[in-house]
Design a protein around this ligand. Structure first.
Ligand SMILES: Nc1ncnc2c1ncn2[C@@H]1O[C@H](COP(=O)(O)OP(=O)(O)OP(=O)(O)O)[C@@H](O)[C@H]1O
Ligand SMILES: [Mg+2]
Length: 339
């Protein structure tokens, strides 16, 4: 097939690319390493990630997206171009149609930046799909029917919750709290309690290895290495999952708040559907232990983690191409948008 349709989930922490007919073919960190002097990209994605915190001053390792939106346009565009070329090949007869997910609350300037970046990066046509719609499609919810479908996307930079009916968003709410804030809270807790300084990636490792949203029956423990704040020397401590639950309680409360906010604004008929069918959790944060149980407990609505939660948005961007109804709407938007 010469003509290509690709879907992109341009996340704060990870980028995923879906190719129609193939599935999700790429899943890499949204990180770029740039040589400061030449203003040239030296590495992208996985390769750039290995350089985080390990580069001389002449090389800057940056995340061009912040809180789900483009913070550095040129870097984002170069990153997109790199990934599009990686999946489509450098020399191609036809330029691909690109579907990119964007958070619900983006401003017109932000959505224009995403569209421009996709076109500059080699897209023939760029469509923007609201992230929760893509997430719900990717999680396999019947979004096209007149029923309430609720999704919660706990990403790295943001958490978005929304109710979708007839392929459109009825209510949504978001907060700039996600996995990154959990990592920060863990680092702050360990600094305060043990006078130990740890880096972001160590904090993330602790979260993934022993973190839990609710206390676990069988506690997990882990050895953590860091630098003593007073002596300045390396030191090792033991941390338990119970301590991490305590450390991340505050950012988790903000996530609960977003979900409750959506439920409170949901029209009664749709709320009844959601009480019946529950809500689906997607995004990397869905992988945190007990996060489904915590949300169920806090809201009284059954919560389920989607299959492969980190890939749902990308899968949904791909599925959107197959829906005539969604494509008509997105095409109209692409034509009538004022830029
Ligand atoms: N097993 C795990 N347990 C807890 N958190 C995890 C796990 N695996 C990944 N994460 C977290 O998921 C987050 C990344 O999620 P995801 O890839 O959905 O974000 P994103 O789409 O790039 O961000 P955003 O949607 O906010 O722009 C990171 O904070 C990461 O630490
Ligand atoms: Mg995301």
């Amino acid at each position: 097939m010469l003509e290509k349709q690709i879907g992109v989930d341009l996340g704060t922490v990870n980028i995923r690319v879906f190719v129609r007919g193939k599935g999700v073919v790429l899943h890499e960190p949204s990180i770029v390493a740039i040589s400061v002097l030449e203003n040239k990209i030296v590495a992208v994605g996985n390769e750039a990630r290995t350089m985080l915190g390990r580069t001389p001053e002449s090389i800057e390792v940056a995340r061009p997206l912040k809180d789900g939106v483009i913070a550095e346009f040129d870097v984002t565009e170069s990153m997109l171009r790199y990934f599009i070329e990686k999946v489509c090949g450098r020399f191609r007869l036809f330029r691909p149609e690109v579907m990119i997910s964007v958070p619900v609350g983006v401003t017109s300037v932000e959505s224009r930046a995403v569209r421009d970046a996709a076109l500059q990066a080699g897209g023939k046509q760029a469509y923007l799909i609201p992230e929760p719609l893509a997430a719900a499609l990717g999680a396999g919810l019947p979004t096209g029917t007149p029923t309430g479908n609720m999704v919660v996307d706990i990403g790295g930079g943001t958490t978005e919750a929304a109710v979708i009916s007839m392929n459109d968003i009825v209510v949504s709410n978001s907060v700039r709290v996600g996995g990154n804030k959990l990592d920060e809270a863990i680092a702050a807790y360990i600094r305060k309690k043990y006078n130990l300084l740890i880096g972001d990636s160590t904090a993330e490792e602790i979260k993934i290895q022993i973190g839990s949203a609710l206390p676990l029956n069988d506690e997990l423990v882990m050895e953590v290495r860091g630098r003593d704040q007073v002596a300045g020397l390396p030191r090792t401590i033991q941390v338990s999952s119970g301590e991490i639950t305590e450390a991340i309680a505050e950012p988790l409360a903000a996530i609960v708040g977003v979900v409750k906010g959506v439920l409170e604004k949901t029209p009664p008929e749709l709320a009844a559907d959601i009480i019946d069918r529950g809500m689906v959790i997607v995004g990397g944060g869905a992988l945190l232990r007990q996060v489904d149980a915590m949300l169920t407990q806090a809201t009284g609505v059954p919560c389920f983690v989607a299959e492969e939660p980190q890939l749902c948005v990308a899968l949904g961007t791909g599925k959107a191409f197959e829906s005539g109804h969604i494509m008509r709407r997105l095409t109209l938007q692409a034509k009538t948008s004022p830029f």
